[in-house]
Design a binder for this molecule. Sequence first.
Ligand SMILES: [Zn+2]
Length: 96
Amino acid sequence: MNDKQLLEFVDNYLQILEKKTPKYDDHPELKGDQKTKLPDVLQKAIINKKTKNESGNTDLICPRCGTHNLPSNEKCTNCGLKMGEVWEGESWEEVN
Ligand SMILES: [Zn+2]
């Protein structure tokens, strides 16, 4: 690698570093330096890791009995309330 190539390499590297944007900087899952020092890719990875449950899915909470259900269920596994059906003014709630 000659000097010119080295400079180009450094330049490209700096450009990659500069690509970090404030996209996730205010995300509540990020703490301290994570908000400002990390590139988006890493911030996104942290956010994903913290907001997904073990199956990687979003749970839905039954408004009638409070049971966590998988989005793939057709109805509540505990009380049988149909997914998406409103119960006494309460709707299904998504949780991570
Ligand atoms: Zn239920």
